[in-house]
Design a binder for this molecule. Structure first.
Ligand code: F6P
Length: 323
């Protein structure tokens, strides 16, 4: 099928850099002579025909903005076969030949379902702060969120040092520990508690037995939301080591907001451009990824099925540098 018209949508949690991706998809497609339709509120917008044809001006002045101008949603209706059938009807009615879907695991799983059931050509772009998609070293938004977390931890450290306190700082990441592990390294924190580091040894015990506060007056421990969260560990320390002065800081949604970093803007621009090129070359049901700084096309089915592993060297690195 020769593509003449595409739709672009953002779905799932917003991530800094999504706008840069929407801009790149729109302008690359218009440069091919294709029509581009911006679909609002993710799959909800496709089901309800909340759609606007985009010109190059519609994506002006957005590369530096966080969030997504297309808005986003987590759609329950699209999870049903009826919802997906409605979405497909909109595509047919509008004459939209293919879709570019910018989002995380759940959004790409939805894209895969639509492709299987209704034979819609779909290309995914990994957009999530969690960095949890297999087949890409980086997802759009991860670097920006990491920078935000590190800024926050730098500030928390002022209080931690002034008061000789232990801070448990909880970060997002859903089931993955990339944000916790790498922000701990970047912020010079004392430890990270992440789901990927499950061993027989309790992570808190491991840290405490290594000598919590032996040589330092204060400590910062990054805790992944997946792993019981910061409150859980703070409560344990309060109970098991009542002499320590413990505080919790849950960073929450401020991690998702703000301007995208230069890294995310460039990544999103490269991926948006590559998504259009992939469709032009007849690629279907792939996710654009980046491996060793090279853009690749990766089967969506594998990206959403395989758990992305964390490099165990990062765990050793943090353990070594935080002594
Ligand atoms: O997937 C991105 C993410 O921010 C996760 O890290 C987090 O668990 C989740 O979304 C929060 O979702 P919501 O904004 O719907 O509460």
């Amino acid at each position: 099928m020769v593509i003449k018209s595409i739709g672009v949508l953002t779905s799932g949690g917003d991530a800094p850099g999504m706008n840069a991706a929407v801009r790149a998809v729109t302008r690359s497609a218009i440069a091919e002579g294709w029509k581009v339709f911006g679909i609002y509120r993710g799959w909800e917008g496709l089901i309800n025909d909340d759609i606007k044809e985009f010109s190059t001006e519609d994506v002006s002045n957005i590369i530096q903005r966080g969030g997504t101008i297309l808005k986003t949603a987590r759609s329950d209706e699209f999870r049903t076969p009826e919802g997906r059938a409605k979405a497909n009807e909109t595509l047919k009615r509008r004459g939209i030949d293919a879709l570019v879907v910018i989002g995380g695991n759940g959004s790409l799983a939805g894209a895969q379902q639509l492709a299987i059931e209704h034979d819609v050509p779909v290309v995914g772009i990994p957009g999530t702060i969690d960095n949890d998609l297999y087949g890409t070293d980086h997802t759009i938004g991860y670097d920006s969120a990491l920078n935000t977390i590190v800024d926050c931890v730098d500030k928390i450290r002022d209080t931690a040092t002034s008061h000789d306190r232990i801070f448990f700082v909880e970060v997002m990441g859903r089931d993955a520990g990339f944000l916790a592990q790498n922000s701990a390294i970047a912020a010079g924190a004392e430890a990270a508690i992440i789901p990927e580091d499950k061993t027989d040894i309790d992570q808190l015990e491991k840290y405490i037995s290594r000598g919590i506060r032996k040589s330092k007056g204060s400590s910062i421990i990054l805790v992944s939301e997946a792993d019981g969260g910061a409150m859980h560990y703070a409560e344990r320390v309060k109970k098991e080591y009542p002499n320590y002065d413990v505080r919790v800081s849950i960073l929450g949604h401020l991690q998702r907001g703000g301007k995208p970093s230069s890294f995310d803007r460039i990544l999103a621009s490269r991926m948006g451009f590559a998504a259009v090129r992939a469709l032009k070359e007849g690629q279907r049901n792939i996710m654009v990824g980046i491996i060793n700084d090279t853009i690749i096309n990766f089967p969506v089915a594998r990206a959403i099925k395989v758990d992305k592993p964390i490099d165990k060297d990062l765990i050793t690195l943090l353990d070594t540098l935080s002594i």
